[in-house]
Design a protein around this ligand. Sequence first.
Ligand code: ADP
Ligand code: MG
Length: 253
Amino acid sequence: MAKVIAIANQKGGVGKTTTAVNLGACLGTLGKKVLLIDIDPQGNASSGLGFNRMEVERCIYDVIINGLPLKSVIQETRVENLHLVPATIQLAGAEIELVAAISREMKLKKALSPEKENYDYVIIDSPPSLGLLTINALTAADSLIIPIQCEYYALEGLGQLMNTIQLVQKHLNPRLQLEGVLLTMFDARTNLSIQVVDEVKSFFKNKVFRTIIPRNVRLSEAPSHGLPVIMYDPKCRGSEVYFELAKEVIENG
Ligand code: ADP
Ligand code: MG
């Protein structure tokens, strides 16, 4: 049975999609069967794996709103063992359409349930908000990874995120656990980066991944080639650290 991991933080640009794509690709390359679900209307995880949003015919919207089986929208990717459920801009409407739906927070969880036996890991890339799409991700998940960018205002908004997680645990998904906080875009040359690492570690203690993701230009270039970094430049630092992260996730059990 798959472990379902949501990647969430309502801040944009903190490395959610980069982590979803590259963690997924590394887990796949390490022999795990992985399903990556893109539930961000921006569809960056989909385009980062070479799926052009204009060419995607059916996406997660059809599953969440129209009740299509998840299986019917799963696509193979160029990465071994990595399958994708793509998102398109059509999904932007779902946030509002879900409001009036019955068991609106459970749509993804229900759709995912028959597929869980086919994978070792399901990774969900969430949008930069705490709306119903992110709530669906947290409700479907066994655990979550919170990426935090080593920048100014890194900790801003975390209180709100933790509140949302507690509400989900209380009312929708008592099993939800924190897989780990992931420090991203670390720059060893700046005191600020070092300061953020210290602050995050003193707050989240042993819930911070040992692996810290540095700023790496290859990581930012790879998506425009529609490839995870391990296929774009297997030897770069970005590839190494996402492999380290994948091994840590496997260790966590
Ligand atoms: P989010 O999904 O949280 O909005 P992204 O993963 O899309 O964040 O990252 C935001 C931007 O930063 C993207 O352009 C991405 O390519 C870039 N980026 C992410 N992680 C790194 C990194 N470790 N080093 C350099 N650039 C990065
Ligand atoms: Mg994103």
